[in-house]
Design a protein around this ligand. Sequence first.
Ligand code: ADP
Ligand code: ASP
Ligand code: MG
Length: 410
Amino acid sequence: MLVVQKYGGTSVGDLDRIRNVARRIARYRDEGHDVVVVVSAMAGETDRLLKLAYNLVEEPSPRELDMLVSTGEQVSSALLAMALNAMGYSAKALLAFQIPIKTDELFGKARIRDVATARLKEEIANGNILIIAGFQGITDSGDITTLGRGGSDTTAVAIAAALGADVCEIFTDVDGVYTADPRIVPKARKIEKISYEEMLELASMGAKVLEIRSVEFAKIYGVPVHVRSSFTDEPGTMVVEEDESMEKVLVSGVAYNRNEARISLYGVPDRPGLAAKIFGTIADAGIVVDMIIQTGRPDGRADMTFTVPKTDYKATLKLVDKLAPELSIEKIEGDEDIAKVSIVGAGMRAHPGVAAKMFQVLADHGINIHMISTSEIKVSCVIDEKYTELAVRALHEAFGLDRAPEEETL
Ligand code: ADP
Ligand code: ASP
Ligand code: MG
């Protein structure tokens, strides 16, 4: 079997844990499997590096920032390979440029374009355990990029897809995907099996247990993903194609995201092409807009509200401020203290009334809804950030997620 394993920051957080991970990898090897490992930086390291840069200058240049933050994974991959070598296993650490893992040039949020497999296959054939630095890539012109926070998941799944691995195991500090973040919902339950589509929605709605692009890759290439704990041998959660049992579950999980900010443009002239101009300008800056609401007004103008990642908030405000005179936008306003709470479930397709129930639950707790968006299997509401925990716990309980799945009712 060819197994790709990814170990997150906590799992390689200190030398004892690195030894522990090395022993687990060795065990797979002893069982006769080929193992390719992807590691994150040691816990806290990426934050520490980012802080260094931002304490030095207000707006670090993106290229140099990636040079800096990509180093965390170089350290952990080298240490893990050393630990294995010392145990008598032949292991080799590899950085993205040595493979290479090619990306586009969007520093800080680069997208993987191609994973070359020649060297990987050769090293595996030579009996080496490969320890690959996650989170990083290389552009055609040889510059180092990073994939965005949590990006080692994406490295792992992309490598599993490229190599046609039998499974991609994501080892983390929880023992699977839960019905909600167990850190804020103590009653959350572990989900045994979840569809790519539901996982995609949960991840894009903020459940950071898997980075969203890793789920996209898994879905496109049909890579079975197993999310599990690096501290136990218990099976975790399988992320796989949807099957009939999943359709029956109305709501599978609740997610929240506190990393977005809202921007409102008031009195935008109601003319064809204006939305294209505004959102085209924002997209050209590499900023991903999430929710968008446009409402017409009796005076022939429109109000537009949308959300962007908090890290892009100031840059987006600058862009729209610059556009305002030319487009004769009346007023621009924004709010960083928002959160998005979402419920996700394949069963929603067949059941009306789920959204209404969500709004009622929030209303019963005195929580005002600022924005709403829906997809076939998801409903999201933007609320004041201070109500995040309350909303997530209330929804978790109201949709019966505190109990076993059979008992769920609308
Ligand atoms: P790693 O460093 O291993 O990549 P992360 O911190 O990125 O780990 O992801 C694991 C964390 O994701 C958990 O500690 C948990 O708090 C959080 N999380 C959020 N939503 C969920 C969920 N639905 N199920 C499990 N964990 C979740
Ligand atoms: N080290 C990077 C981060 O902290 C990537 C990852 O851990 O997946 O975001
Ligand atoms: Mg992560």
